[in-house]
Design a protein around this ligand. Sequence first.
Ligand code: 2BA
Length: 109
Amino acid sequence: MKLIIAIVQDEDAAHLVSELMEEGFGVTKLATTGGFLRAGNTTLLVGVEDDRFDTCMGLIEKVCKSRKQIATSPVTMGGATGMYAPYPIEVTVGGATVFVLTVDQFLKL
Ligand code: 2BA
């Protein structure tokens, strides 16, 4: 069994949860915040049997889109001032950031 930890964009989360539930996967949805953009995203925990792993990953890949976002990054103005001036940068977020862990035990007590 594997535990899939998928960090997805909020815009994709509801659709992905629906698709996973329709396919009979158990899902836990967490409201999370990305460290770089400091914006909300969604982390899904999905425990899957090995023979259904590819189906689950396929759904994540199908639903989660990459999008461009503008972030504000600090840049030093140099010299002895030590001052920072924010400037906008474009980053591509997603589709999904996925961690896959092998599950040692799965218990419902
Ligand atoms: P954030 O940390 O808010 O990052 C959003 C997007 O900003 C990233 O998209 C990436 O395109 C960009 N980015 C992140 N750190 C950067 C940096 N130091 N310099 C320049 N650009 C940077 P994704 O890579 O698709 O990541 C989406 C979200 O997935 C992240 O949101 C974070 O919540 C999570 N994530 C990504 N990599 C992770 C990791 N290694 N460990 C834990 N969480 C991760």
